[in-house]
Design a protein around this ligand. Structure first.
Ligand code: SAH
Length: 358
């Protein structure tokens, strides 16, 4: 009989780990100790868990595996932004980005390999959907990046704005957030997490009832149904009017606001008329607007508007009382900026496979 596959300890929430260890006859505090090793101290193997007895470490190695994404490559931008190419256990690759001093330290994390949403201006969308990440792979990116940039004991923010659509991989994303929030882990607070979404409405309704409630950012990008159908194709299923209604119902904490992201595409959605329609659309929502001038890339058929045009658009919003910011592109020289994350070729090389095994 084939041995039953070992459980990946990186996929377990703390309570699950406690149950698994209790079933093996161990005390609950052991689970807490191990959880700390995995999540806070980013131990690469059971052998490194030096305050556990040799017997326990051996037993853990027999019963469990501990999977951690492997750094295949890193690119450092002139502005300090660092893009990591990470290999997963099956050889698939994803990108995660460290963005320093925004003023906070921020990790931009992926939730899927590729993306099914196919927004017209986004490179990740060109990859199509390869697969969902597991909760352990999502949380694992944070573990690896915090270790690589030595931030484990410093507060940092997380934006779910890497590859993939988090609300299209709901359960794994929420489980990863719980794992990261655990006090024995990195102790991440909801206020430090921003989930960015095109607005998958059934999942947005579920999110509204979550105990761990991240900040919400909506990728709006257009002010009419037709225009949004073209730019954000999921709009054909979950339309703009319904999305706006869902945002009105969304339980935003006192003093908090929903961020509306709006990519500016020259001659497409950047007219003053668009800006005025945007103001009207957001009327009655506690909103702020984050304008993202397009990050251009080969294969993307749109252009970034001029600075003057970006300013004029922003001014219309500000004059009508909306809080508006223009996102600074970080890491554009290394293709780490919004919408520029793509992993070419889905077949891993032999070297990548090796790296994943080490
Ligand atoms: N799937 C999530 C997270 C993705 S990326 C979402 O769509 O919200 C974060 C933001 O970058 C989104 O608002 C996305 O629309 C935007 N973006 C994608 N491609 C871009 C590009 N080429 N230039 C600027 N912003 C882009």
């Amino acid at each position: 009989m084939a041995p039953s596959p070992r459980i990946d300890i990186a996929e377990l929430e703390r309570v699950e780990l406690e149950r698994a260890l209790e079933a093996l006859g161990h005390e609950r505090y052991r689970a807490r100790q191990i959880y700390r090793w995995v999540h806070r101290r980013a131990a690469a193997s059971f052998d490194r868990m030096t305050d556990l007895s040799r017997e326990l470490r051996d037993e853990l190695a027999q019963r469990f595996v501990l999977t951690t994404p492997q750094v295949v490559h890193r690119d450092v931008s002139s502005d300090g932004t660092t893009k990591f190419l990470l290999a997963l256990a099956d050889g698939r690759q994803i990108e995660s980005v460290f963005i320093p001093d925004t003023p906070a330290q921020t990790f931009c994390i992926s939730t899927q390999v590729g993306c099914a949403m196919r927004c017209a201006f986004c490179l990740t969308g060109k990859m199509g959907m390869v697969r969902n990440l597991t909760a352990g792979e999502i949380a694992g990116q944070v573990r690896v990046l915090a270790r690589e940039v030595a931030l484990v004991d410093t507060p940092f923010n997380i934006v779910l704005m890497g590859m993939g659509e988090p609300l299209h991989n709901y359960d794994a994303t929420m489980k990863a957030l719980r794992m990261l929030a655990d006090e024995q882990g990195l102790g991440l607070t909801p206020g430090r997490v921003t989930l960015s979404t095109v607005g998958v409405l059934p999942a947005l309704e579920r999110l509204a009832a979550e105990p761990f409630m991240p900040n919400l950012a909506i990728s709006l990008h257009a002010t009419t149904e037709d225009e949004r159908d073209r730019l954000v194709p999921v709009n054909r299923k979950y339309g703009l009017a319904d999305l706006i209604e869902a945002c009105k119902r969304f339980p935003v904490k006192r003093r908090d606001r929903i961020t509306f992201e709006y990519v500016l595409l020259s001659g497409v959605n950047d007219s003053l008329e668009d800006a005025r329609r945007l103001v009207k659309l957001l009327n009655g929502i506690r909103a702020k607007v984050n304008l993202i001038p397009l990050n251009e890339a080969p294969g993307i058929e749109f252009e970034r508007p001029s600075e003057a045009r970006i300013d004029a658009f922003a001014r219309v919003l500000a004059e009508r009382g909306l809080t508006v910011s223009v996102r600074k592109s970080r890491g554009r020289d290394i293709r780490a900026a919004c919408g520029q994350l793509i992993v070419e070729g889905t077949r891993p090389s032999a070297a990548q496979k090796m790296a994943a095994l080490l």
